[in-house]
Design a protein around this ligand. Structure first.
Ligand SMILES: C[S@@+](CC[C@H](N)C(=O)[O-])C[C@H]1O[C@@H](n2cnc3c(N)ncnc32)[C@H](O)[C@@H]1O
Length: 181
């Protein structure tokens, strides 16, 4: 998988669906790492919150135009973005299942979720191999139950290095449906 070898270049999946993120959108890059998707979204004119526990990575993103960089541990039981809502949420190569309900809650009506990470079967190829860090078959569809599924894929990819991945793009239903004339 090219993306976990070269973490400067955005994931092709995220790049593809970033087209759904409008200029001015409130975007969250969860466990942003070096910020390849933070930079992608900010370049589209989104106002990006980038969050990670890696203080050095966060310091490098801090002060970039359109970026709010936050250093926080996402796994200490305290959701650091309570009361905030986002129009776009990107999660790449990160999984901490207890956050799923917070992720759904922080997505605004009509907000887009773009999620891509490793799934069961990746053990054959190396790390991550811990089941805690590997999605089960179809698990992102469960996370997105009730949302509008734009695209979903799961399986082996062989992009420089083989890996088992699962990825989804889904939209939170808007608060009100379309008007019927
Ligand atoms: C494989 S990297 C992916 C980075 C980025 N999403 C990307 O795709 O380029 C996983 C990231 O999760 C972050 N992370 C791991 N555990 C974390 C935690 N408890 N709280 C916040 N960030 C965490 C790491 O610091 C790392 O930057």
């Amino acid at each position: 998988m090219q993306d976990h070898l070269n973490l400067d270049r955005p994931s092709r999946w995220v790049e593809r669906f970033a087209a759904l993120v409008e200029p001015g959108a409130r975007a969250l890059d969860l466990a942003c790492g070096g910020g390849r998707h933070t930079r992608l979204l900010a370049a589209r004119g989104a106002r990006v919150t980038a969050i990670d526990r890696d203080a050095a990575a966060i310091a490098r993103l801090d002060g970039r135009p359109g970026v709010r960089a936050l250093c926080a541990d996402l796994e200490n039981g305290h959701w650091p973005l309570a009361d905030e809502q986002f129009d776009a949420l990107v999660v790449a190569n990160y999984l901490h299942r207890p956050l799923f309900s917070d992720l759904r809650r922080c997505l605004a009506p009509a907000g887009v979720l773009i999620y891509e990470t490793f799934m069961v079967g990746n053990e054959r190829f190396g790390r991550p191999s811990n089941p805690d860090f590997l999605l089960r078959a179809g698990e992102l569809l469960d996370l997105c139950a009730g949302m509008w599924i734009v695209a979903f894929e799961q399986g082996e990819i062989d992009d420089i290095k083989p890996a088992m991945v699962q990825r989804i793009c889904a939209i939170q239903p808007p608060a009100t449906g379309p008007r019927i004339p």
